[in-house]
Design a protein around this ligand. Structure first.
Ligand code: FNR
Length: 375
């Protein structure tokens, strides 16, 4: 019997993934001053032990003011490196490559954590609000503060921040980086006409709106070794009229590929506020067609994400050639051993080898005994 495509290996530059399932970046809101702590270790250990092919750390701020919330991870100074190294070593003990999502939250920075309302912090919040930056002085939504329009100096600082963060990722022993160009955060804000009303070289026509993304990628690519993959998470379509459409993202993806991006992680939305979001009904695998079209037309590997919750469904994404990898978010919070369980469901002969020996050995023996009893 041939191996299910979901459980075939994949290579991105010099990095090898034993299967096609990846931990999607997920903010934990548990950091203080951006530092990794035992929470992050425990959270990631669940996935590292569960057979996953690769993993991404949550949106990790390249500048302190670029944090989404006070609890976000950071990579804006060298003091962050040891904690990140600890997570890299954890995953490496289990043969899993780890990447970090490099992020700047733009006008959506200075937010409260979701279970405290997700809206902007205020001067009276327990953790006081800080000023935010965006392409234009346009608030994310009603009740959100108006950000400062970034000056050319600010833009250069942001690009330098991404490059320095990428160097720290290398120093921490991480295997790859992903640039967060999605979900209404800074790079997406520059690309989307809904948030970018600039009239200079960073706004207006397509090439100007794409400039920041391309300059960040160029700086990051120059900061990391040739064998290190650079991925890019895109919001492939905007959640509002006049925003980015899939054709724009296909075009952007081709330009990113020419700059040395190795994979597009295909998400969507986030540029508008919660009202617009709640009008969008998400169905299983709703973003897979974006990954498929970008892969076919921009000729770059893609990762599909969004309501992929079943082994057969994930396998089909890879079998159809819609994407090269599948990222899982909430399904992994629910079942950190999703990859192992998917391998069993798809009858992968060496499924137990995905687990550490002290787990897999006993589960394999249990299965063998059950099979003998049944015959
Ligand atoms: C997310 N998501 C997310 N995306 C991202 O690009 N960076 C991030 O830091 C986060 N943080 C985050 C936290 C939590 C708790 C959740 C549930 C989600 C989005 C996530 O990566 C993924 O794209 C979506 O959750 C859709 O995939 P699932 O959950 O349907 O598999």
């Amino acid at each position: 019997m041939s191996r299910p495509p979901l459980f075939t290996p994949f290579a991105s530059r010099g990095v090898h993934f034993r299967n096609r399932l990846v931990v999607s970046p997920m903010c934990q809101y548990q950091a203080d001053e951006g530092l990794v702590n035992d929470w992050h270790y425990a959270h990631h250990a669940r996935f590292a032990l569960g057979g996953i092919g690769g993993a991404l750390l949550e949106a990790t701020a390249v500048l302190r003011d670029g944090r989404i919330s006070p609890g976000c991870l950071g990579i804006w100074n060298d003091g962050h490196i040891p904690g990140l190294r600890r997570l890299a070593e954890l995953y490496h003990q289990h043969g899993v490559p780890l990447g970090v999502q490099l992020a700047h939250a733009g006008r959506k920075a200075s937010s409260a954590v979701p279970w405290q309302g997700s809206g902007p912090l205020t001067a009276g919040s327990a953790y006081p609000a800080w000023p935010t930056l965006a392409p234009s002085a346009l608030a994310h939504n009603v009740d959100w503060p108006t950000p400062n329009a970034a000056s050319l100096e600010d833009i250069q600082q942001i690009i330098d921040g991404f490059a320095a963060a990428a160097r720290r990722a290398v120093e921490a022993g991480l295997d790859f980086v992903e640039i967060h160009g999605a979900h209404g955060y800074l790079i997406h804000e520059f690309f989307s006409p809904l948030a970018n009303h600039r009239t200079d070289a960073y706004g207006g026509e397509f090439a100007h709106r794409a400039r920041l993304a391309l300059e960040v990628v160029r700086a990051v690519r120059a900061a990391v070794p040739a064998q290190m993959p650079v991925w890019y998470r895109a919001s492939c379509v905007d959640d509002g009229e006049g925003g980015i459409c899939l054709g724009d993202t296909v075009q952007l993806a081709a330009l990113l590929a020419a700059e040395g991006v190795d994979l597009i992680d295909c998400s969507a939305g986030g540029i508008l506020g919660p009202v617009a979001r709640s009008a969008t009904v998400a169905t299983p695998g709703h973003q897979v067609p974006y990954a498929a079209r970008i892969r076919a037309e921009a000729h770059i590997p893609t990762m599909a994400v969004g309501l992929i919750t079943e082994a057969l469904q994930a396998n089909q994404v890879i079998a159809d050639g819609a994407a090269d990898l599948v990222a899982l978010g909430r399904a992994l919070l629910d079942d950190p051993s999703f990859a192992y369980h998917a391998a069993l469901a798809l009858q992968v002969p060496d499924a137990h080898d995905l687990l550490p020996q002290s787990h897999g050995f006993f589960l394999a023996r249990r299965q063998a005994r059950t099979e003998v009893k049944a015959t």
